[in-house]
Design a protein around this ligand. Structure first.
Ligand code: GLU
Length: 463
């Protein structure tokens, strides 16, 4: 089996493209086949080297490695010209200056569903000659066979008058030369497939593809947002780069994207990449549109975060905070080991890597004070409580989680206050806000000196 992913570098890699890449990759790995990457950069105006670099970077980050390529489509133009010349010489294609108006006039005369046929004028754009009889059948692994009667198909334009080849021609020849056995791509390409098959059939009659059979196809279902509309920017992160910046883990994204149109058959939603490779088949790909829902991705990502060992999570966080969020490395480095400890006690509470710093940044530097939280919890009662806490915590010697917990629970037990009336003023004092990792763990990790200093600062501030 030989499959390919063929993105056009007219933008960054989006969720739909990433799913197509993933399905090709899973298929190749499942079947021990070959995954080819081809960059379709023939649209000179919209293709940029930056987009190529971004696509390669996104694939690498997603760990979707390819076995051959990247083949640049522009590097193949000599081959395209050669095939085009052969098709013209053999009469499989012809030059015609017919305009859209001419095609309209043809249809007015012969009927709207009659495919356009032109004359060889020796100049103008190149059209492929579609035989009048017979049909082209698209064998789609997901959708079954679709038959296109030739009599209804227009002779497709395959090159412009200036000789530059068009998409349906280039794709067909590139797939042929790369020996692609199955073309897996988005459903939006379905209508192109008969044209590509006609190009391939002509090339085959010229003996260009050797004895190879034509590829079969698999058109993947469309992607919708949670509201059932075609996936777009307003549904949240749209590109792989944005998902990365939002703090998702590549393995969680692979898992989630795999489920957009495919299911293992047993409602299992958490599937490691190894399990996906083992279980993935095109037979289980749905024909119905799939829904991309970032809330579900967040939930799944949280599961992957909790699966990591604290050291692994710390390494992911470090990369994310420095590379994605531009954090000063000194903030992490001046206290070796702190990141791992902070990660360990935050792991249960975060869904993405981006959730970490707002939750746990107070371990690494002075927190910003949330004024509303201070108003709510550091009024007269809160300040009185904080004074009491300060006295007790100052008496705790080994400042570990257990002794901190003992001390704070004793305060709750001897007063008539609810736990929140004890813990929330303390939380606001040490982390500036009412949300933090577990309060006992947080106080212990922050250490006695810093905890007492922050309590004093809050008392001094005088709410
Ligand atoms: N280059 C096309 C695109 O990015 C895909 C072509 C194909 O997969 O056949 O939409």
């Amino acid at each position: 089996m030989r499959v390919r992913f063929a993105p056009s570098p007219t933008g960054s890699l989006h969720i739909g493209g990433a799913r197509t890449a993933l399905y090709n990759w899973l298929l190749a790995r499942h079947e021990h086949g070959t995954f080819v990457l081809r960059i379709e950069d023939t649209d000179a105006e919209r293709s940029t080297p930056e987009n190529v670099a971004q696509i390669l970077d996104s694939l690498q980050w997603l760990a979707l490695d390819y076995d051959e390529g990247p083949i640049m489509q522009t590097d193949r133009s000599a081959r395209h010209q050669e095939v085009l010349a052969s098709l013209l010489a053999a009469g499989f294609a012809y030059r015609s200056s017919a305009t859209a108006e001419d095609v309209k006039a043809f249809k007015a005369e012969h009927g709207a569903d009659r495919g356009y046929r032109g004359e060889n004028e020796g100049a103008g754009a190149v059209r492929l000659r579609v035989p009048d009889d017979g049909a082209t059948v698209v064998h789609d692994v997901i959708r079954g066979d679709t038959r296109f009667e030739h009599v209804h198909l227009d002779d497709p334009v395959i090159a412009r008058a200036d000789g530059s080849v068009l998409y349906n021609f280039a794709v067909a020849i590139d797939d042929l030369d790369a020996g692609i056995t199955i073309v897996v791509r988005g459903e939006d390409h379905l209508s192109n497939t008969p044209k590509q098959l006609l190009v391939l059939a002509a090339a085959q009659q010229l003996g260009l593809g050797g004895e190879r059979p034509l590829p079969v196809y698999a058109h993947l279902p469309l992607l919708h947002g949670p509201d059932g509309k075609k996936l777009s920017k307003r549904h949240g992160a749209a590109s792989v780069g944005e998902l990365r910046d939002a703090g998702y883990l590549p393995e969680a994204i692979r898992n989630y994207l795999a489920l957009l149109g495919w299911g293992a058959g047993d409602d299992e939603t958490v599937l490691s990449t190894a399990e996906l490779v083992e279980r993935f088949t095109l037979q289980r790909v749905s024909r119905n549109p799939a829904r991309f829902d970032e809330t579900k991705l967040r939930w799944l990502n949280g599961i992957y975060i909790r699966k990591l060992a604290p050291g692994e999570l710390a390494a992911c966080l470090r990369g994310f905070l420095l590379d994605q969020q531009g954090l000063d490395p000194d903030l992490l480095d001046r206290n070796p080991g702190l990141l791992e400890q902070a990660a360990a006690i935050s792991q249960e509470k975060i869904h993405t890597l981006a959730d970490f710093w707002p939750l746990a940044g107070f371990f690494f530097g002075e927190p910003e004070l949330d004024r509303a939280a201070a108003k709510r919890w550091l009024g007269a009662d809160g300040v009185a409580m904080l004074r009491e806490i300060r006295v007790d915590l100052a008496g705790v010697d080994s400042f570990d989680t257990t002794s901190v917990q003992g001390s704070l629970e004793a305060i709750v037990a001897r007063g008539s206050a609810k736990p929140g009336a004890v813990y929330q003023p303390l939380r606001v004092a040490i982390c500036g806000r009412t949300v933090s990792p577990g309060i006992f763990e947080s106080v212990a990790l922050l250490g006695k000196e810093t905890t007492l200093r922050r309590i004093d600062a809050a008392l001094d501030r005088g709410f």
